[in-house]
Ligand binder design. Structure first.
Ligand SMILES: [Zn+2]
Length: 448
C-alpha cells in the first residue's frame, strides 16, 4: 500500500496534461494513473493542477555571513510558498563566498540545517581560484558562476577575459557548466562615471548607464570564449530580446549555450522601476516594452531554456538612498516565479502548462544532472506543487515569507495560486502556511 495518494488532479507531464492520481512510497513517485487503489493517506487534488516542484536555479540566500539579508530558512520558505522544492544558491553574497572547498563546506553545513527545501550549490570563478575548481567539483557544485561586470562585492571580483577563459577550460574538463553575469564592464563603468561627473543620480540615469548593448557585447564575448573551450555556457538573467538573439546566434554556430531569464524581465518594464523605485532595481536593469515583448516571443518559441528568480534581497536600509546608483540592487521575487508564468504567461499569452513545467523544473533537472528531480515520473522524488489555476489574488506584503517583506510584486494581481507544495512526499507548504517538519537535502549533480 502506498504511503500517500494525491488524488484526482490534473498532472502536468513533459508533453501533456492528464487527469491522474499520484501514488507515493518512501518519498518517491510509485505510480501515476487514474483511479489508483487506496493508501494510508490521501490528498484531495480535484480541481487542482499538479506541477513538478519548481527548481529555482538562481537565488542569493547570502548564508552564511549575511543572513541579515535573507538566509536559507526564510528564503526556502518563500520558495516553498511559491511552489519550489529546490534551489541552487549562488556563490555570493554569502560570506565567505563559495570559491573553494572550505567555503563550500561552510555553506553546505549551514544550509543543511536551515533550508526546508532541497538545494544545490554554485561554485564561483574569481581571479586566482582556478586551482580550487577541481576541489569544488569534487564537493559537488552544480557549476561555476563568474561575473563579467563588477559584482558589487569586493570579495567576489569580476573575471577578466583570461580568468574566464581559463576557468571555462577547467570547467569543461570537469564536465560542469559556467554561468556568467554578462554585461560589459568597461561600457558600464564609463557611463556610470560620466553620470556621476554630471551629477545625474536618478532612476533614469541608472537605467541609461546599463544599456542593452553592454549586455549583447558581453554575451557575444562569453560565447566566443565558450566556443574556444567547449564549455557548457549558461547566461544568467538575460534581460532583453536582443540579448537572447545574441545567445541564439551563438547556439546556431554550435556553442552549447543555455539562456536564462527572470520573471521580473517578463513582468515589468523600465517604467515600473520609475514607479516602484528601489525594490525594482536590478542589474541588468528592467528594459523597455519592446525588449520585453521580444523576450516573451523568445520564451514562447522555446528559445529561452529556463526561468529563475534571481531572488536577491538586501536589508531595507540598503534600499534607502537618494542616489539610485548607490542603492543595493537585486529583486526579491522568489515567491512569485510561478505566479508570473501562470498569469502573464499562461493566462495572458497562451504559454502551455507543459512549457512552464519544462522552464521551471524539467530543463534544470536535465541540464544539471539531477537524476530524480524535475518531472512527475515513476521513480522520481515526489516533489509536487498543487495549484488552483482559477484562484486570483493580489499579493500582500504579509504573505511574503522572505526575511524582508520587500518585493516589486506587492500589490500585483495574479491568477493561479499555490495550494500545497510537497518535498519528497512530505507537505512543506499547505493552505497558506509552512508545514515543513524537517530540512532539505544537499543534492549533487550526476555525471552527465
Ligand atoms: Zn544573481
Amino acid at each position: 500500500m502506498a504511503d500517500l495518494i494525491v488524488r484526482g488532479g490534473t498532472v502536468v507531464t513533459a508533453d501533456k496534461t492528464v487527469s491522474a492520481d499520484i501514488a507515493i512510497e518512501d518519498g518517491l513517485i510509485s505510480a501515476v494513473a487514474p483511479e489508483l487503489p487506496g493508501a494510508r493517506r490521501e490528498i484531495d487534488a480535484r480541481g487542482l493542477t499538479i506541477f513538478p516542484g519548481l527548481i529555482d536555479i538562481h537565488v542569493h540566500f547570502n548564508e552564511p555571513g549575511r543572513t541579515e539579508w535573507e538566509g536559507a530558512a526564510t528564503g526556502s520558505r518563500a520558495l516553498a510558498a511559491g511552489g519550489a522544492t529546490m534551489f541552487f544558491d549562488m556563490p555570493l553574497n554569502s560570506s565567505p563566498c563559495t570559491v573553494g572547498p572550505v567555503e563550500f563546506d561552510h555553506k553546505r553545513t549551514a544550509l543543511e540545517e536551515s533550508s526546508i527545501t532541497d538545494f544545490a550549490l554554485w561554485g564561483g570563478i574569481v581571479p586566482g581560484n582556478r586551482d580550487e575548481l577541481a576541489a569544488l567539483a569534487e564537493c559537488g557544485v552544480i557549476g561555476f558562476k563568474a561575473f563579467m561586470a563588477d559584482s558589487g562585492l569586493s570579495e567576489f571580483p569580476r573575471s577578466d577575459d583570461l580568468t574566464l577563459f581559463e576557468g571555462m577550460r577547467e570547467a569543461a574538463r570537469l564536465g560542469l557548466p559556467v554561468a556568467v553575469h554578462a554585461e560589459n564592464d568597461e561600457h558600464i563603468k564609463l557611463l556610470t562615471a560620466r553620470a556621476a561627473a554630471t551629477g545625474r543620480t536618478g532612476i533614469r540615469d541608472y537605467l541609461e548607464s546599463r544599456p542593452v548593448l553592454a549586455e549583447v557585447a558581453a554575451i557575444e564575448r562569453a560565447a566566443l570564449l565558450a566556443a574556444e573551450t567547449g564549455v557548457k555556457l549558461h547566461i544568467v538573467h538575460v534581460s532583453s530580446g536582443r540579448g537572447v538573439a545574441a545567445a541564439f546566434e551563438a547556439r546556431a554556430r554550435g556553442v552549447d549555450i543555455a539562456i536564462e531569464t527572470c520573471p521580473h524581465y517578463l513582468f515589468f518594464t523600465e517604467g515600473d522601476v520609475e514607479r516602484i523605485g528601489a525594490a525594482a532595481k536590478c542589474a541588468p536593469p528592467l528594459r523597455n516594452g519592446h525588449e520585453r515583448h521580444r523576450l516573451w516571443g523568445a520564451l514562447l518559441r522555446g528559445v529561452i531554456n529556463v526561468v529563475a528568480s534571481d531572488h536577491s534581497p538586501a536589508p531595507p536600509e540598503m534600499k534607502r538612498e537618494p542616489n539610485f546608483f548607490r542603492i543595493w540592487g537585486g529583486i526579491a521575487g522568489g515567491q512569485s516565479t510561478l505566479g508570473v508564468l501562470l498569469t502573464a504567461g499562461h493566462h495572458e499569452r497562451g504559454l502551455p502548462l507543459t512549457r512552464i513545467a519544462d522552464l521551471t523544473a524539467a530543463w534544470p533537472a536535465r541540464r544539471f544532472g539531477l537524476k530524480l528531480k524535475g518531472s512527475i515520473t515513476v521513480g522520481n522524488h515526489a516533489d509536487l506543487t498543487l495549484v488552483d489555476l482559477s484562484a486570483s489574488y493580489t499579493l500582500q506584503e504579509n504573505e511574503l515569507l522572505q526575511r524582508h517583506r520587500k518585493s516589486p510584486y506587492i500589490g500585483e494581481d495574479f491568477l493561479g495560486a499555490v495550494r500545497q507544495t510537497l518535498l519528497r512526499g512530505q507537505p512543506i507548504f499547505a493552505d497558506g502556511k509552512i508545514v515543513a517538519t524537517g530540512t532539505g537535502k544537499f543534492i549533487r549533480p550526476a555525471k552527465i
